[in-house]
Every structure is written in C-alpha cells, then in structure tokens.
Design a protein around this ligand. Sequence first.
Ligand code: S3P
Length: 432
Amino acid sequence: MRKMICSLRRLRGSIELPGDKSVSHRALILNAIARGEAVVENFQGGADCLATLRCLRALGVKIEWDGQGPLRIHGGGRFGLRESGDVLNAGNSATTIRLLAGLLAGQPFFSVLTGDASLRSRPMERVVDPLRAMGTRIRGRAGGTHPPLVIEGGPLRGIRYRLPVASAQVKSALSLAALYGEGETVLTEPAPSRDHTERMLRAMGVEVVGEEGGGLRISPPQRELTPLSLRVPGDISAAAFWMVAAAAHPDAEIRLIGVGVNPTRSGIIDALASMGASIALEEERMWGAEPVADIVVRSSSLRGTVIEGPLIPRLIDEIPVLAVAASLAQGETVIRQARELRVKESDRIRTTVLELRRLGASIEELPDGMIIQGVGCLQGGVCASHGDHRLAMTMAVAGLLAQGETVVRGAEAASVSYPDFWHHLEQLSSHR
Ligand code: S3P
C-alpha cells in the first residue's frame, strides 16, 4: 500500500494514542499465568500484540476481546498452560517470540516458535544461551541463533546472568523463566531497559528486588500470581511521531492524551527537550503501576544534540523519527552506541539513512549510529518502509514536514504497532 503525504500549513489537534505495545504484550502474558480473571482496557490491537494473543489462545488460555472494548483474560495459574497442537507464530514480533521462549522454557511440554521472514532473521541466541544455562532444552535454526525455536520445557534452575546488551525482551524472558526456576535468578544489564515486567510482577504479588546499579533479583513465587486488571497507557513510542511532527513544524500545537511516561521509556522527551523543543507534561497521574501524562508539544526552533549512553535504551525505538527532527534542527546531531538498531525489524541505521537521504537529509551512517547535519528543510519524494512499522511512520512524519508531496511505499507496515496511524494523520490534516 502506498500513502501520499502533503505538508500542512498548520498542525493542530489532539490525539489519543493506541495502548502501549510493550505493556499490552505483558498484560496478556503475565495474566495468562495468574489464577483468575483480569480486565485489560486500552489493549493495543496492532499485529504484534495480536500475535501474542493468538499464541496464548493456542496454549489454552481463554481470552475474550471484540477488537475494541475491554479485553478479558482468564488465567489458569502458573501451570495452567497446555501444549499447543501447532507451531506458535509470532509474526513480526520479537517481544512475542522472546518472552514466550522464556515462559515456555519452564512448561512441562513441547513448543515450536516461529515468525515472519524479518523475525526469522533476528538474533535469538540472546535468549537461547541463558535459557540453556537455566536447564532448558532449546534449539533453533543456524545453531540456535534464529527461529524457528524448538523448546522442550521442564524444570529450570535460577541463574546469575549479566545481559550483554540492555534488552527488556531478554530481561523479561529470563524473569518469566525465573518464575519456574529452582532458586533465585539475578539479572544485571549494561544500562537500565524498560521495566514494565518488573512493575507488573510486583503488582501481581511476586517479589522482584532491584539490584544496585540496575538489574533485579527474582525467586519463584510460593503462591499463584494475582490477576492484574489495568488500563494500558498510551504508547510513548507512537506519541513520538507526533512529538517530532509538532516540534519541528513552524506552526503547530498537538496535545497527546494519556501517554505512558515511565522513566525507562521517556528518553524521547529528554532528547527533544535537549534540542530545544517546547514540551509540557500535564495531568500527571498513575494508571496502575505506570505513570501517565498528557503531553503538549508546540513549534520549536530545534538545535542539534548528542544521543548516547544510558539514554539509548530509553529511546531505542524512537531513533528513526529523532533523525527527522535532527535533519530539521540547526547544527549537528550525533547518535552513537546504538548498534542494536541494526537488529530491529529492519537494520534501522541503514534504512533510516537511505530513506531520509531520498528527501534531502544530510545523514551519515556510523557502525553504531548516525551523524546528521541539519538542512533546514526536506524535499518531498518517494520512499519505502522496508516492511518496518517505525520506518513507515518516520517517513510519513518526514513527508509532513517536507516541501511538496511524499509517497511512502509499504505504508501498511504501520499497523504492526499503530493501526490508526494513517487515520490520525488524516484527522490532523483536516483540522483547521
Ligand atoms: C521491547 C524492548 C525493546 C524494543 C521493542 C520492545 C519490549 O527491544 O526495541 O520494540 O517490549 O520489551 P530490546 O529488548 O531488544 O531492546
């Protein structure tokens, strides 16, 4: 599918974001192994979260959802899952395959996990190696490095493990396995990654102790997990597209309603603020274990910045769209220590550089990031998503800010995490 985007003279509007993708996956998975019923409001129905939902149904979990309203999930307890009669397909979703690998490692049955071509090319040894160390029999294509993964689950033992990269998917997979491990599991990572799993596990009655310098300590619980009903915060990774659009536009004011502002996710706010963006957080409140706010972003005069170190895991998914802001800022922006971008849904260093150049950006590839010189304005052109949802939406924002018309090929990819994205863009376009 192709979408055409034109620049707008004014950008005004208020947007309710889809539910957070990371929180939606976890609300399903953790409630699936609690005992009893939970109601999840604002569940995100993008293709990734639907993949998790289907896999859990195949594992015998009863989930009621009409595609819009509250979702009801009936957890059968820690040992309430049953062997699936078929291969579990995670589609495009690394969160699904990695978290389920951790969960299934501790189950007394056989599972096969696979995904689409993009997912089958992504690294899995980051979960396979530590899960093997916990005692599970897990094998994968290409020496255990790629899906399909075959898991013969069973009793596990706790481990002490330092993650080689800051990754919430790995940390969460191992935390799930730790619920089935004999003894304690201690995890540390190079920099703090998103902590939704820890917050939710605590709210469900599991003791998760924070370790000094980040990391956590977790033991198998003595009791069943308590179901956790919650309202999923709006996805800050989706909000980021409108934040950049408003900050870099000459005449804009956008209000984003009910956005999750968990500090392990809010790096985009800090990065844009350091570039001089006008961003205000209003009505700060808690939705269950997660902080939420309305975010108002106005036209700003942006300047270049440096994005590196512990900031990287706090905004890893927002880097492509930040490159758009950097292209329209004054001066140079350097993004480094972000090699992880190369193993996302696409190689996001390569694809961001390639596609933004098509619109006139001055952007150079580094092995672990990019250097961007602000060019003042972008020119419309034809660009592609590479089947990557965040690239599709990044290029739409670039098109909105560029002169003339922009065509985004492969625009359907946005539905992986933000099914209403194109509709919201139309709403902004018709708002005068
Ligand atoms: C996610 C963690 C991040 C992020 C992904 C979602 C999660 O990946 O990029 O979109 O829900 O845990 P890594 O764990 O690989 O950093």
